[in-house]
Write a protein that binds this ligand. Structure first.
Ligand code: MN
Length: 321
């Protein structure tokens, strides 16, 4: 898992939250079902089975891979529309290309993140580059959908490219965990990503047997998704494993611990920590559109069919053969 690595002994350390901190209890642990996205790349649906109110401001998250592709096997998506939210794509292993109808796009790899604010409407394509299709290889990442408040659903589309080295790197109090702050703020250390709705997004790597305690904003929800490995969540030490999501209750600190023994292929507990300020508005989702009312969904479908989401840039159509 080569997403940025670092010697934790040289990094700023997060102080252990005081004993008076209110540790967030674990409300639920769910298991992500497996499926296929786009033209057939394997995903885990990280939020399946969790009530929308618990996820707010997040809508959806896919863990893409981890998969070792044979030559010719890597798949992407066709051109497709979005309106009303933001997509955050974080690539842990492998390479992904993005192009959109507003001139945004680029290639992201090992630890890079791209943020696309679909806003009023955009067309885009997400796919592995031709050389990866030819060679095959390892691919692993996540795509997170962050809702937009009704006041921002028709904002102009925007694209942010965040390189792996821009993430803030931190260590737990004892040096046993590496934290990559991609967005938001952990113990006063800000990450580079910005969304209309404030969120915190952290990729934590916890060494076998190590414990991570992290302060967490009380006005944010708190979710922990296990990308790889085994461990426990909460001070109640609820077991979690790869592909499971923990939903935390209220409080101002989180505790996570890696099991002493880990699978040989996944030597550490890899966790994605997510939190955001709930928007608390009605959500109506239909496929690639996330709006507040059914009428707005019908309008989105009509606008898309009328070509109001822009045009596919002819000179940027990536070649697949
Ligand atoms: Mn998309």
């Amino acid at each position: 898992m080569p997403a940025v690595t670092a010697d934790t002994l040289t990094l700023p350390r997060i102080a252990t939250p005081p004993t008076t901190a209110q540790q967030r209890p674990v409300r639920a642990v769910t298991t992500a079902p497996s499926g296929f996205e786009g033209e057939g790349f394997p995903v885990r649906r990280a939020f399946a089975g969790v009530a929308a109110a618990e996820l707010d401001p997040f809508i959806h998250m896919d863990q893409m891979g981890e998969v070792e592709y044979a030559p010719g096997e890597p798949r992407g998506t066709a051109w497709h529309p979005h309106r009303g939210f933001e997509t955050v794509t974080y690539i842990i292993d492998g390479v992904f290309e993005h192009a959109d109808s507003h001139g945004g796009g680029g290639t992201i790899t090992n630890g890079d993140t791209q943020w696309m604010t679909a806003g009023s409407g955009i067309l885009h394509i997400e796919k592995p580059p031709e050389h990866l299709v030819m060679s095959g290889g390892l691919f692993h990442g996540i795509q997170l959908w962050v809702n937009l408040p009704s006041a921002n659903k028709f904002n102009p589309p925007r694209y942010q490219d965040i390189r792996a080295k821009q993430a803030s790197l931190l260590s737990s109090a004892d040096g046993g965990a590496l934290l990559r702050v991609i967005a938001g703020d952990v113990a006063g250390h800000p990450g580079p990503g910005s969304t209309f709705t404030p969120i915190t997004l952290v990729h934590a790597t916890i060494s076998p047997g190590a414990e991570l305690q992290v302060p967490w904003r009380t006005d944010f929800n708190a979710l922990a998704y296990v990308l790889a490995g085994n461990g426990t969540v909460g001070t109640e030490a609820r077991p979690v494993r790869k592909g499971q999501l923990a939903v935390f209750g209220k409080g101002d600190a989180l505790t996570l611990k890696a099991a002493t023994s880990q699978p040989a292929a996944e030597p550490n507990l890899e966790i994605l920590l997510l939190g955001g300020r709930p928007i608390r508005e009605p959500v109506v989702q239909y496929g690639p559109f996330v709006m507040n009312t059914r009428d707005e969904i019908l309008q989105a479908m009509h606008d898309f069919q009328s070509g109001r989401f822009g045009v596919i840039p002819g000179d940027k159509i990536p070649h697949t053969d």
